[in-house]
Write a new protein. Sequence first.
Length: 191
Amino acid sequence: MTPTQCPLCGAQSLVPHEGTYKMYPPQNIPGGPLTVPAAQWETCTACGEEILPAALLAELETLRIERLGYLRPDQIRAVRERAGLTQTEMAVFVGVGEKTYCRWEAGRSLQNLSSDNLIRLADRVPEVFAQLTAQRDPGRQAVIDAYLDGLAADKGGSDLAMAAHGAELDATLAAQLRERLQALASQRSEP
Ligand SMILES: [Zn+2]
């Protein structure tokens, strides 16, 4: 194959590579190199630069997000779909602009840690969605009550759903939320 022109130095010295691609991330990302098997990229034999195609860059970004312990864009979307929310409703729930939220799902920007925690928590404890919505919009209480009654019926009576009936975060629910947060925290600290 004839070498092609390097976009950085202009030399006709770009050669294709195929195999396992390893990227050594910054030191604040633990766990050694990010590895993509069966990858394709190009290297310039003149200036030494590597030219990575968009697909490989996307795979590396996904690995980086996972390594940092954040939800991937497809995981955020899955949480929202499990909750039956639109992107607009999810943005309101998390407390960010709709454009910002859509960028997370599209993988164009990374959510901050507090948003990541809230989304994980709400996924583990679906009543959190209802609870927070009810606190901000008392007019929806009837809808919320119906939803929670349904949950309680499905699960043969969830204590958490019962606790969420009050418009305020009562002591029982608060204690269970703390437990969930601690469980999440210990899960995250495992290697
Ligand atoms: Zn070059």
